[in-house]
Design a protein around this ligand. Sequence first.
Ligand code: ZN
Length: 86
Amino acid sequence: MSLNCVFCKKPVFGVGGLTVPELGPAHKNCYDAYRTMRRTFRTIDITRLSDAELADLKDLVLAEENDRKRHSGSDKSSLNDDIELF
Ligand SMILES: [Zn+2]
């Protein structure tokens, strides 16, 4: 059984090959090029998310961003503001 790269369709041999989740075998170079083209974060291809899932992800990112700004802020007077944010 020969395994072909899901991107360039040429055979993938042991060295330099990898398996892309949900896609199949690929050359490392082809996969790197693919990741640059596609909007992926770690194992998530965000172009495959539904609109609702994308909105959830966006909310999560914004919430995390706000949280970090609050905690990393040198402004000690913002302490009271934290309580009012809900
Ligand atoms: Zn390839």
